[in-house]
Unconditional design. Structure first.
Length: 549
């Protein structure tokens, strides 16, 4: 049946997991059934992140301004409920702004957008990794149609994570030259290493990520895209800078128009929208860590923070120093701005714990999501998707947070010693030490990964000091075991050795140096019996880095 409307408030389009099955729900159904939903279940992790961010804007806007603040959050959290009546009323008030096919105000699109050619649906769908088709059941350039539901999901994703590069030039956009729109950067979320705190169901996840400080932004200006006047093909000169988190999350980085035939989406036009610089947007972007940027400070002459992105080669636990609040907000020289800022959502939850609104033993999942781009950000190289299960106190209680950070630092230092041993063994055998160090470093982190995740999940069950001692013992045992293997497999050339930098080096001497350094870093101590059992069944890494699940 041919359709002229597809209202996302009532039509199913959000992919969610209920039990062991994936369902598509409308916005209203999703909020109403949030307590049943284990999580979002879209095509790729960044798509779920983009939709979660959009849902948070709706909840934020639905709560009346006079109720914004810690008391309202605590009330909702303690009741484990969403403000459903307010959400329904808010959605009712949006008219046709959530209609995907509206001829005048299509959702997150520009009515009447035109160009000399369309972009093709492959440009709407994020392909990972670069140059290869993400979907094995359909070849990229042969994609001829999408259901309205899937097109809506990719539309939300495109506005937040679209690649940079040359775009089709929209008719009526004065920036266009020769029919081309020249690069203005990726979608804003694509520049961030996004961090979410997840609960046992989607209802808890929405509440844990809902930052409701006393109104810092004027609600008359911090409006999402669907509450603003419809856009044209060119830059919105009257709206050059995000006015708040709702505005930034739905920022129209692209001008888009879906083409449909009444039953499905058959094509799309994607052109440049409103550019936005990431500098000093830490007050309006709640789900990214931030770092001071020397380059930006040279340009502006003032303190400048830029979002931290995730490194596809590093597990999440190796980047905790930029996420947990102690390290990210402390250590500043008097009168000088701090070097790093934790994600606002982590700082917010730490404040809620201090106020008694968040129980420290609440089990949560710290989930990191991001995009890596290549060739001047014109293609996607990888998605980042990793998670850690832990108690809320790891995020919010300074002694426990400090223990987690020290443990991660200790692991990095121990793996560095292992890498140095591998390099020395290679040099003693006349081989390339750099490659050996890199391989040993990668394997060392791989071997520690499961043990660290298991240990972190139990951290906070009692005094953190004994837990730190347990981790030291496990870390030493794992690294020492790997060192034994490296020495055994070093080969006869390494055993005989050779002169390296004017001194003799052989496997025995390399091993001796390693043992001395390891004992200095982690003095020998017995491995607790329960940790021995854990080590015998260390799980494989649960996160996925540099891939799409």
């Amino acid at each position: 049946m041919s359709r002229t409307a597809y209202d996302l408030r009532d039509e199913p389009w959000i992919a969610v997991r209920i039990g062991d099955q994936v369902h598509e729900l409308s916005l209203r159904e999703m909020f109403q059934r949030a307590g049943e939903i284990r999580g979002l279940a879209g095509e790729i992790p960044t798509q779920d992140a983009a939709i979660l961010r959009l849902l948070l804007v709706i909840v934020n806007r639905a709560i009346p301004e006079h109720r914004h603040g810690p008391p309202e959050w605590t009330r909702l959290w303690e009741a484990r409920e969403l403000p459903l009546a307010e959400i329904d009323a808010y959605l009712d008030a949006q008219g046709e702004r959530f209609d995907l096919l509206s001829p005048t105000t299509p959702f997150l699109q520009v009515a009447g957008l035109s160009a000399s050619k369309t972009s093709g649906l492959v440009k709407l769908i994020a392909e990972v990794p670069a140059g290869e088709q993400y979907f094995t059941t359909r070849a990229g350039r042969q994609i001829t149609s999408l259901s309205y539901a899937e097109a809506a999901r990719w539309l939300v994703h495109c506005q937040q994570f679209d690649v940079s590069g040359i775009k089709t030039g929209a008719i009526g956009d004065p920036r266009v030259k020769g029919g081309k729109g020249y690069p203005i950067g990726t979608g804003f979320a694509g520049r961030c290493g996004l961090v979410f705190v997840e609960g046992g169901d989607l209802r808890e996840t929405l509440l844990l990520n809902l930052v409701l400080p006393r109104r810092e932004f004027d609600s008359r200006s911090d409006l999402p895209a669907w509450e603003r006047s419809p856009l044209g093909p060119g830059v919105d000169a009257k709206h050059a800078f995000p006015t708040g988190p709702n505005d930034l999350t739905t920022w129209s980085m692209r001008r888009i128009l879906l083409h449909h035939n009444g039953t499905e989406v058959t094509d799309v036009l994607i052109t440049n929208g409103d550019p936005v610089h990431a500098r000093n947007l830490h007050k309006v972007e709640h789900h990214s860590a931030w770092r001071r940027s020397a380059n930006q400070e040279k340009l502006t002459g003032d303190t400048a923070y830029m979002p931290r992105s995730h490194d596809p080669a590093r597990a999440l636990w190796r980047g905790l120093d930029g996420i947990l609040i102690e390290r990210a907000t402390g250590g500043a020289v008097s009168g000088e701005a701090v070097a790093e800022l934790a994600p606002a959502v982590v700082s917010w939850l730490a404040e809620r714990r201090d106020a008694g609104g968040l129980a420290p033993d609440t089990p949560v999942r710290l989930h990191a999501v991001g995009m890596s781009y290549g060739t001047q950000d014109s293609m996607i190289e990888a998605t980042y998707d990793d998670a850690l299960r832990l108690r809320a106190k790891v995020l919010t209680d300074p002694p426990v947070t400090s223990a987690a950070l020290r443990a991660a630092d200790l692991a990095v230092a121990a793996v560095t010693l292992l890498a140095n041993l591998a390099g020395n063994l290679a040099s003693a055998a006349g081989r390339d030490p750099a490659g050996a160090r890199d391989r040993a470093r990668e394997f060392g982190f791989h071997q520690l990964d499961g043990a660290f995740r298991l240990w972190l999940g139990r951290l906070g069950d009692g005094d953190p000091e004994p837990a730190s001692a347990d981790w030291s013992a496990v870390c030493r045992a794992v690294i020492a075991t790997e060192a034994d293997r490296l020495v055994r497999e070093a080969g006869a050339d390494a055993v005989l050795g050779r002169k390296v930098k004017e001194r003799h080096l052989d496997a025995a001497l390399a091993d001796l140096w390693f043992r001395a350094a390891l004992s200095k870093l982690i003095p020998p101590q017995p491995v607790p019996h329960d940790q021995e059992r854990q080590m015998s069944a260390i799980p494989t890494p649960s996160g996925t880095r540099g891939s799409t699940r």
